[in-house]
Ligand binder design. Structure first.
Ligand SMILES: O=C[C@H](O)[C@H](O)[C@H](O)COP(=O)(O)O
Length: 230
């Protein structure tokens, strides 16, 4: 299976986890797109009755077009399950997210979900975090100054830009700085340090968030969080 087929397989498998009456967090990205597509099919063909809570305008547009009922994150009293993608997943099921600049809303929805399932192709799974630039969402005001701070700490920051050279704007109107790190040996320490920097809105380290990771392939692999194995 190629990467796209693996993404599609993982997305379709995740859609089988959704049951009538569930409030479902809908992540963002090219893998989630397959999940939402299959969810839309089940809503329309099987009468699946769910409410979705979206993590980006992109996903909201897709889900809306497919006729999936949507609610604002503040208008639901719980979220049963959230299905989202990831850029990297390590052996502890910690991850890097935000390659599509949706990390802030994704983290808000994840933190309010009873169960978090990530869907990935096999290339995303590694022993340790790294292998993908770590996205950090920052306020526009002082973004260049913050980049200097990151640089002084050896974090190799690059302000993310569009093809036209303009800074990428998140759904929230903020900017993204990607930290080009080969490996992240101490993710908790880095997460705490980033969270303490003035101007940082959120970072893409998702630690102890995923309960399960579904890896697409000829055979679907379901990795479970060590916390769920006992
Ligand atoms: O901001 C985007 C998200 O964190 C995505 O879930 C992540 O980048 C994975 O996206 P994709 O499935 O397109 O690789």
């Amino acid at each position: 299976m190629n990467t796209l087929e693996q993404k599609s397989a993982a997305g379709k498998y995740a859609a089988t986890l959704i049951e009538n009456g569930m409030v479902v967090g809908l992540g963002t990205g090219s893998t989630v797109k397959f999940f939402v597509e299959e969810l839309g099919r089940r809503v329309n063909e099987e009468g699946l009755d769910i409410v979705g809570v979206t993590t980006s305008t992109r996903t909201a547009e897709q889900a809306g077009t497919l006729g999936i009922a949507l609610a604002d994150v503040d208008d639901v009293d719980h979220i049963d399950i959230t299905v989202d993608g990831a850029d990297v997943v390590d052996a502890q099921l910690n991850g890097i997210k935000g390659g599509g600049a949706a990390l802030l809303y994704e983290k808000v929805v994840a933190k309010n979900s009873r169960r978090n399932v990530w869907i990935v192709d096999a290339s995303k799974v590694h022993e340790e975090l790294g292998h993908f630039p770590l996205p950090v969402e920052v306020v526009t005001y002082g973004a260049e100054q913050l980049c200097r701070v990151f640089d002084n700490h050896g974090l190799h920051p690059v302000l993310r830009r569009t093809a036209d050279g303009e800074p990428v704007k998140t759904d929230n109107g903020n900017e993204i700085v990607d930290l080009h790190l080969d490996t992240i040996p101490f993710p908790s320490e880095l997460a705490n340090w980033l969270a303490n920097q003035v101007g940082v809105i959120e970072h893409g380290l998702f630690l102890n968030v995923a309960d399960e990771v579904i890896v697409g392939g000829d055979e679907i692999q379901v990795l479970k969080s060590p916390a769920l194995m006992y």
